[in-house]
Design a protein around this ligand. Structure first.
Ligand SMILES: Nc1ncnc2c1ncn2[C@@H]1O[C@H](COP(=O)(O)OP(=O)(O)OP(=O)(O)O)[C@@H](O)[C@H]1O
Length: 318
C-alpha cells in the first residue's frame, strides 16, 4: 500500500448477528471495494440503511469487519486499532459531547484521552475554538449551544489529536441551511489544510459540494463511483425538465409525451414527472406544443439525485 493510499477496502463485509434466535444474520455491507487517497475528500452517498455508517465504523476501528480486507493508514484495524485511532478524527452522527461541561472542558477531556500534555491541549484548544468560530463560547456549557455550534465543537474536538483522516458521519443532518453552509465552509478549510475527509451523507448537494470522489451506496453495495461530475455525465443527461401536473393529469400527460418523444428517458414520481434531456427548454416547448399545461415547469441541471434515481429507481429521500 503506497503512502498516498490512506484507506483501502476489498470485498469488505459487515454482517450483524440475528437479533433473536428466530431471525437471520443481516448483511449491512455486502462486499465493497474503495480507496481513499491522501488529501482527497471522499464520500459515501446513499439513503438510510444503505450501510454507510457501518462502513464508517469499520474504518474508525470501532466495529470489526466480518469479511474482506481493510487497511487504514497501512495498518489492519483488527490488529492495530489503537494506533490507527490515534491518527483519526471521528465525528459520529450523535455529537456525544458532555452537555454538562463547558465547551473548553470538552476539548480538554478529549485531549487527555489522547494523552496530550496540558500545554499542548491549551494551545490547540485556543486554535480549534477559533477555527470552530466558538472563541467567545469557551466557558459556556454545551447545552446552551445551538445545534450548529455543537456540530462545530464536535469537529473541533475530533481535531485535537491533529488527525490525518477525519471521518464525518452525516455531518449536517438536522441542521438548518445557514448552519449547514457555515459547516461546509469549515470543512473546505480543513481540506485546504490537507486533512483527508471521509464523510457519509444522504444529501446530494452536500456530496456535490464537498466530495472530490464518492461512492453511491444502496442496500450494502456500491452502485457507482467517481467524481460528482463524472457520475452525472455517465448516468444522466445534462438537463432535467421537472413537470408538476394538476392532480390526476400526470398519467395522461405521460402517455402523450411518450407517444411524441420515444428517445428520452422519463421518470414518473408520485408528485412530479422528470424528463431527462440535453435541452430542457426545447423539451418544455414540446410540452406546450402538445397542448399540455403543467402547473409548474422547471428546467434544471442534472444532480446526484438523478444519478441515484437512474441507478436504483428510487429517490434518495424516499
Ligand atoms: N448492530 C446492528 N445489528 C443489526 N443490524 C444493524 C446494526 N447496525 C445497523 N444495522 C442495520 O444495517 C443496515 C445498515 O445500517 P447503517 O447504519 O450502516 O446504514 P446507513 O446507510 O448509515 O443509514 P443511516 O443513515 O440510517 O445511518 C440497516 O438496515 C440497519 O438496521
Amino acid at each position: 500500500m503506497s503512502d498516498d493510499l490512506l484507506v483501502e477496502a476489498r470485498g469488505l463485509v459487515k454482517r450483524y448477528p440475528a437479533r433473536d434466535r428466530h431471525g437471520s444474520p443481516f448483511v449491512a455491507v455486502d462486499g465493497i471495494d474503495f480507496q481513499l487517497r491522501r488529501g482527497e475528500s471522499f464520500g459515501f452517498l446513499g439513503p438510510n440503511g444503505a450501510g454507510k455508517s457501518s462502513t464508517m465504523r469499520m474504518i474508525a476501528c470501532v466495529s470489526p469487519a466480518t469479511g474482506g480486507t481493510l487497511r487504514v493508514l497501512g495498518m489492519d484495524p483488527a490488529a492495530d486499532g489503537r494506533r490507527i485511532r490515534a491518527r483519526l478524527g471521528v465525528v459520529p452522527q450523535d455529537d456525544a459531547l458532555d452537555r454538562e461541561l463547558s465547551v473548553r472542558e470538552n476539548l480538554l477531556i478529549y485531549g487527555r484521552y489522547f494523552g496530550l500534555p496540558k500545554a499542548v491541549i491549551a494551545e490547540r484548544s485556543a486554535r480549534l475554538l477559533e477555527f470552530a468560530q466558538l472563541e467567545e463560547r469557551g466557558a459556556e456549557r454545551v447545552d446552551a449551544l445551538s445545534g450548529g455550534m455543537r456540530r462545530r465543537l464536535t469537529i473541533a474536538r475530533s481535531l485535537i489529536n491533529e488527525p490525518e483522516i477525519l471521518l464525518l458521519d452525516e455531518p449536517t443532518t438536522g441542521l438548518d441551511p445557514q448552519a449547514r453552509h457555515v459547516l461546509w465552509d469549515r470543512l473546505f478549510r480543513l481540506k485546504q489544510q490537507g486533512v483527508s475527509l471521509v464523510l457519509t451523507t444522504h444529501y446530494m448537494d452536500e456530496a456535490e459540494q464537498l466530495c472530490d470522489r464518492l461512492v453511491v451506496m444502496d442496500k450494502g453495495r456500491i452502485v457507482a463511483q467517481g467524481s460528482p461530475a463524472e457520475l452525472i455525465a455517465t448516468h444522466s443527461t445534462r438537463e432535467v425538465l421537472e413537470l408538476r401536473f394538476p392532480v390526476g393529469e400526470q398519467a395522461t400527460a405521460v402517455d402523450k409525451l411518450r407517444a411524441a418523444r420515444h428517445a428520452d428517458r422519463m421518470e414518473e414520481l408520485p408528485d412530479r414527472l422528470l424528463w431527462y434531456t440535453a435541452e430542457g427548454d426545447a423539451a418544455l416547448a414540446a410540452v406546450h406544443e402538445l397542448g399540455l399545461r403543467p402547473a409548474t415547469a422547471l428546467v434544471r441541471r442534472a444532480s446526484l439525485e438523478d444519478v441515484f434515481l437512474a441507478l436504483t429507481g428510487r429517490t434518495l429521500v424516499d
